[in-house]
Design a protein around this ligand. Sequence first.
Ligand SMILES: Cc1cc2nc3c(=O)[nH]c(=O)nc-3n(C[C@H](O)[C@H](O)[C@H](O)COP(=O)(O)OP(=O)(O)OC[C@H]3O[C@@H](n4cnc5c(N)ncnc54)[C@H](O)[C@@H]3O)c2cc1C
Length: 318
Amino acid sequence: MKVTEHIANAKGNTLFSLEIIPPRKGENIQNIFDHLDPLMEFKPPFIDVTYHREEYVYKKHPNGLLEKKTTRKRPGTVGICAALKHRYNVDPVPHIICGGFNKEETENALIDLNFLGIDNVLVLRGDAIKSEPQFKPEPGGNNYAIDLLHQVKGMNEGNYLDDDMENANPTDFCIGVAGYPEKHFEAPSLNSDLKYLKQKVDAGAEYIVTQMFFDNQKFFEFEKKCRAMGIDVPIIPGLKPFKTKNQLSVLPSFFKIDLPDTLVDAVEKCKDNKEVQQVGIEWGIQQSKELKEHGVPVLHYYSMGKSSSVQKIAKAVF
Ligand SMILES: Cc1cc2nc3c(=O)[nH]c(=O)nc-3n(C[C@H](O)[C@H](O)[C@H](O)COP(=O)(O)OP(=O)(O)OC[C@H]3O[C@@H](n4cnc5c(N)ncnc54)[C@H](O)[C@@H]3O)c2cc1C
């Protein structure tokens, strides 16, 4: 079933869902199951699986020369989606990105997803390769999320890249896109970012999942601005349980988000990460309860392969 159908069937009740990341290459899929098993009591109707593009690594040879190699450290998105469907009977939502794919490769990946009975995708641009300053599309690839969205929409209408294909089977993907309550880091202003978000919705995005935020006011203001611009699709807040002192600098620098002073003060007072984790759980419960009361369709947790905080938050909220 589609994410939008799950939301409609919930009749205004807030659903629980989560995003997971594939394990590092060489690790076992059992890690994913061990993480998800304790969370299944909260009945997530869908689970997102992130996609991780290639990175450059440098291998040093005995003669001292460095060899540049391309590697994907977290492959397996499509396989995990199939495994989730099989093991839990939930709807997996694979993330698909522009970076690293030309349109032909994207089309082939979408055909695989369609044959696996996966009917949801979260369409994203993806970030630049780690060692590069700016995002560069592949030759013959999609440049922005909206370009990839057009490709998926096209396939939903039976339009494949090969124009002379007759009676091509239309796919039926429900398409989600990303939104940024604190604006995307490359956007010159929140309004400019919202203008492009509206374009994605007008082009066929059926719901929005937000970047993590720790201050609900940021979400409420974002949602209000979206509605004022005529963005009327469901907006799903993304929430990350705060866990370590290190995240005080890592989260703002990596995700370009602000942390509220009250949270920063509480974390700074902690003696160790066990205490930080407890602060994060309490913060997550408070954030989730307020968002649920506000009537958000889904609370979507960035669990990153660790279930204990999400489990404690969900127990208090659902
Ligand atoms: C919920 C969520 C899940 C994510 N999952 C993944 C994942 O699995 N894998 C991964 O690699 N990354 C993931 N990301 C990160 C995401 O790929 C990056 O934030 C990326 O930099 C932007 O992606 P986007 O889809 O928002 O891009 P876009 O919508 O293309 O926007 C990118 C930037 O360009 C601007 N823009 C958009 N359209 C245009 C246009 N037509 N002309 C000019 N400017 C434009 C926007 O304002 C924005 O600043 C995720 C992000 C979120 C919020």
